[in-house]
Design a protein around this ligand. Structure first.
Ligand code: ADP
Ligand code: MG
Length: 597
């Protein structure tokens, strides 16, 4: 056949073939079928979506909902290409808030599978069902389904062996199905979702849960417990959701979920904004967790880039980028302050074995230096919140916070004449007996005072540690002038900073007493605070390097900290001016117990 002969027969493709071609775009794998069906259920107003798959979706994909349903007359239309109940005009397309609108999904799926749709209209009327065998539509038949719509898809791709070959292992396809439904469940929280895979229940979300409740069923406790909430509005755009604490950074980017106007999207721009927001807080190979919802006017975002690939295009890329960066950085900055409190509430976040890198980071140069000789056997001093007990006074009930008998003298670790360390309370306060008084010392504030004093004295001359891999930071326009003003002091305390261009700096050396990630955070803080004098910087560095509330201290660590603190001038206040210690004397106790004479 010549070229000319081939060209001669231009014609509209038979609808079966049209559908199969469309299916190539819309229906990539079982998970895309499940996504289309569940989105149709949501579009139909359902608040119950029960899905099931068998053999990774190749055997069966079914979705049952309690939505508005379809009448016997509507069923054949639902399976006609470009038939949709969701838009009527190009204007509708611009202001779209349903998932579907192309009217392509059902006919496409039906062209590459055996599909049966059974439905009862909620407004009353007959239930009916319709079958399509690889594109060949049968007549609707009366059928009974209690409510809503049930769509069953069997033998997917059996008539297109080329596509069948591209499917992964059944377990992998099943996992993808689960991912798809999870993402839908995170946005549509009014709706219950269930998924069974080979009759085993793999997902079960109840109706009307919060985002956090849904995340708690998906992610480990040590991650959800320290999530930080994000919220920011700018002009017509907003962003909200949660991001992970930098301490829970992980090796894979599999807990990063973006949604734009409630649609799950995969987007490089958003991902790089997220990375930017965490720069200096995570190691280079670490990823944070994030579930972020962006809301933009529909005219600002094109969701029509690809029928199924969850790609979007933003009109104002720069604005979207900086909205995300600012929102997340703000949250992280607040998280620095909150973090201490949080960890106090959640045992295991700091001492858990979940994240080796984070643990190692914390053991960095910021920690107290230990005097090894002081080290007590570990059994003496255990979990946060438990008091240090002398062996001879430890017969009390195991859950009491304070040992039953604290003799007036010779108990605890001696710190001097008539001064003894009794133990740590709530992994935050160190309790001492000073003569006839009980003294409470805030471990973080005390450590800040110690380090600040040391830095000011210059006893530990600052040296620069060279970074093998420079730390790169991008500066916000407002930060550029701050940097100009602060750079002299930053160099004085040990930073080696080079300006790469207008926006970027590269940090090639950091103070000896900060580790890489702490140094990045430190710089960010300085820039955010608007620079400051040398003393402010020492103060900030003292804060960064101090033990935090929530850190369990070994006996030897506590004793060494207290000894150093006792030698400090102005030890009653931390460098920020917060009190370091408080006390209870016999009079206070008498008053408490109404023993007044
Ligand atoms: P689209 O969702 O783009 O409109 P589909 O091919 O997915 O196209 O669906 C075609 C039509 O079938 C929808 O517009 C809707 O009217 C109807 N439909 C599909 N699934 C359901 C369902 N679960 N409940 C009610 N109506 C449905
Ligand atoms: Mg649809």
């Amino acid at each position: 056949m010549s070229q000319a002969e081939k060209r001669a027969g231009i014609m509209v493709l038979p609808s079966e073939l049209q559908n199969q071609i469309a299916a190539g775009e819309v229906v990539e794998r079982p998970a895309s079928v499940l996504k289309e069906l569940a989105e149709n259920s949501l579009d139909a107003g359902a608040d119950r979506v029960d899905a099931a798959i068998e053999s990774g979706g190749q055997g069966l994909i079914s979705v049952q909902d309690n939505g508005m349903g379809l009448s016997p007359e509507e069923l054949p239309q639902a399976l006609t290409r470009h038939a949709t109940s969701k838009i009527r005009s190009v204007q509708d397309l611009m202001g779209l808030n349903s998932f579907g609108f192309r009217g392509e999904a059902l006919p496409s799926i039906a062209s590459v599978s055996r599909l049966r749709i059974t439905s009862t209209p909620a407004r009353g009327g007959e239930g009916s069902s319709l079958e399509v065998e690889f594109g060949a539509v049968s007549e609707p038949r009366p059928a009974a389904v209690r409510e809503g719509t049930l769509v069953e898809v069997r033998d997917l791709f059996l008539n297109t062996p080329a596509r069948l070959k591209f499917l992964k292992k059944q377990s992998t396809e099943a996992k993808k199905c689960q991912d798809v439904l999870q993402r839908l469940a995170l946005v549509n929280r009014h709706c219950s979702f269930r998924l069974r895979s080979n009759r085993r229940e793999v997902l079960d979300f109840e109706r009307n849960q919060t985002l956090l409740q849904r995340l708690e069923t998906l992610w480990p406790k040590q991650i959800t417990a320290s999530l930080l909430s994000v919220h920011r509005e700018e002009k017509s755009a907003s962003i909200h959701g949660y991001v992970g604490h930098p301490d829970t950074g992980q090796g894979r980017a599999d807990r990063i979920l973006f949604f734009v106007n409630k649609r799950p999207v995969q987007d490089k721009l958003l991902l790089s904004a997220l990375k930017q927001a965490y720069s200096g807080r995570l190691l280079s190979r670490e990823y944070p967790q994030a579930v972020l919802f962006l809301e933009l006017p529909p005219s600002e975002v094109d969701v029509n880039v690809h029928p199924a690939k969850s790609e979007v295009r933003f009109r104002e890329e720069k604005a979207v980028y900086s909205l995300l960066v600012n929102a997340v950085q703000n949250t992280l900055a607040q998280g620095d302050a909150q973090g201490a409190e949080l960890k106090d509430r959640i045992p295991g976040t700091r001492h858990g074995d979940g994240n080796g890198d984070a643990e190692r980071r914390k053991a960095g140069p910021g920690r107290l230096k230990l005097n090894e000789e002081n080290k007590e056997p570990d059994t003496v001093f255990r979990e946060s919140g438990e008091m240090y007990r002398q062996p001879d006074t430890s017969q009390g009930p195991p859950d009491t916070a304070i040992s039953p008998r604290i003799p007036d003298s010779d108990s605890g670790a001696s710190l001097g004449p008539d001064l003894a360390y009794l133990g740590q309370f709530r992994a935050t306060y160190l309790i001492l007996r000073s003569g006839d008084k009980l003294l409470f010392v805030d471990q973080h504030a005390a450590h800040e005072r110690v380090l600040y004093t040391r830095y000011l004295k210059g006893a530990e001359a600052q040296q620069t540690q060279r970074l093998a891999l420079p730390l790169r930071l991008r500066l916000h326009p407002s930060e550029r002038t701050v940097l100009d003003g602060a750079v002299r002091n930053l160099r004085e305390i040990g930073f080696a900073i080079h300006r790469e261009d207008e926006e970027n700096i590269s940090v090639q050396g950091i103070p000896q007493y900060l580790d890489r990630s702490a140094a990045g955070e430190f710089l960010r803080d300085v820039l955010r605070q608007g620079g400051g004098g040398l003393e402010d910087m020492w103060c900030l560095m003292a804060c960064r390097n101090s033990v935090k509330a929530g850190e369990t201290l070994a006996l030897s660590e506590a004793v060494e900290l207290l000894r150093s603190w006792l030698e400090c001038p102005e030890r009653q206040h931390c460098p920020h001016g917060r009190p370091v210690s408080a006390q209870l004397g016999p009079k206070d106790l008498e008053r408490m117990f109404k023993r007044g004479k």
